[in-house]
Design a binder for this molecule. Structure first.
Ligand code: FMN
Length: 319
């Protein structure tokens, strides 16, 4: 499957699980979807293969790994390729303390040679594309030359695609959440990378809230990646196929979407998945509408009730 990363939905721990991705795929056929980060240690030592599970409907879908051992990453890459993923993304952006302790995530921006080696080993092991998601810098290493040199060294591994969260990461004193809000966005730096490396595919990420904003960025870079805005207002993605990809619009109404997803939740509940985790993904379905809150309250009620089937009609009557 060839990947067109003009519009991507960002990896988000506890949010972009397989159910969220199934839900989003009902809304857009084209956007590239990313899994939550999976630590290589969990797959190799933790007997956590289930973390790689996904629905066949999710394609195009990329798995994101966090790790810094070229050998472990290449083993995980082989597992992911066997599972059928379309891309492997390496997380060089996460600033959490747990991730720093494991010596991966954004602190690896300080070790571009190691990142290049990780990518090289994975490229040797699999045929699917490898991509890197990084930030614009880390701590005081935040001038343009630092970023340019990181990209320059890592690209020698043969990698073609970088996803750049347009703010630096701060290793000490900020929580991951603060690290997504406090360091200022600097889109110009990402545009400059595209200018300086025109043969690389550059995807911009961070603070993009609407399709119009996304389209504007596409004047300067190859792709956009949205995280929070896509989660909070998933139906916004119904515009993507026509507006970004010039494809036919995925013409699904909110009612049909919810109906189809609730059937999925019912089926997956019978297979042992937790309906609460699956249902939270519909919270944003009525974002911006005046009875959005009433809908969220009802969804919360359904999460607590033993029967989804009995509540389906009432939920559908609200959209
Ligand atoms: C709840 C949450 C979890 C996240 N988990 C990950 C993750 O697992 N891997 C990753 O690379 N980025 C993660 N991120 C960062 C997003 O991928 C993205 O870079 C960031 O939110 C900025 O984009 P946005 O402003 O469009 O949300 C997470 C963000 C949020 C809000």
């Amino acid at each position: 499957m060839s990947l067109n990363r003009k519009f991507c939905v960002a990896p988000m721990m506890r949010y972009t699980d397989m159910h969220e991705r199934f839900f989003l795929r009902l809304i857009t056929k084209k956007a590239v979807l990313y899994t939550e980060m999976i630590a290589t240690g969990a797959l190799i030592h933790g007997n956590c293969d289930y973390q790689l599970d996904f629905n066949k409907e999710e394609h195009p879908v990329a798995v994101q790994f966090g790790g810094s051992s070229p050998l472990e990453l290449s083993k995980c890459a082989i597992m992911a390729e066997k599972k059928g993923y379309d891309e492997i993304n390496l997380n060089i952006g996460c600033p959490s303390e747990r991730v720093q302790k494991g010596n991966f995530g954004v602190c690896l921006m300080l070790e571009p040679e190691l990142v290049a080696e990780c990518v090289r080993q994975m490229r040797r092991s699999v045929d699917i594309p490898i991509t890197v998601k990084c930030r614009t810098g880390v701590d005081d290493n935040d001038d343009y030359l630092f970023l340019k040199s990181f990209i320059d060294i890592v690209k020698d591994s043969g990698i073609k695609t970088f996803i750049i969260h347009a703010r630096k990461g701060i290793l000490k004193g900020l929580s991951p959440r603060q690290n997504r809000n406090i360091p200022p966005l600097n889109y110009e730096k990402v545009y400059s990378i595209k200018n300086d490396f025109p043969n690389l595919e550059i995807v911009i990420n961070g603070g993009i809230k609407s399709i119009n904003e996304a389209k504007n960025h596409l004047n300067y870079v190859d792709g956009v990646m949205l995280g929070r805005a896509a989660y909070d207002n998933p139906f916004m993605l119904s515009e993507i196929d026509s507006e970004i990809y010039s494809n036919a619009k995925t013409d699904i109404s909110k009612k049909d979407l919810l109906s189809e997803y609730l059937d999925y939740v019912h089926l997956m509940t019978e297979k042992g998945y937790d309906p609460k985790i699956m249902l939270k993904h519909v919270f944003g379905l009525k974002k911006g509408e005046k009875d959005a809150k009433r809908f969220r309250v009802k969804v919360t009620e359904v999460m607590r009730s033993p029967s989804l089937v009995e509540n389906k009609d009432e939920l559908l009557s609200m959209v």
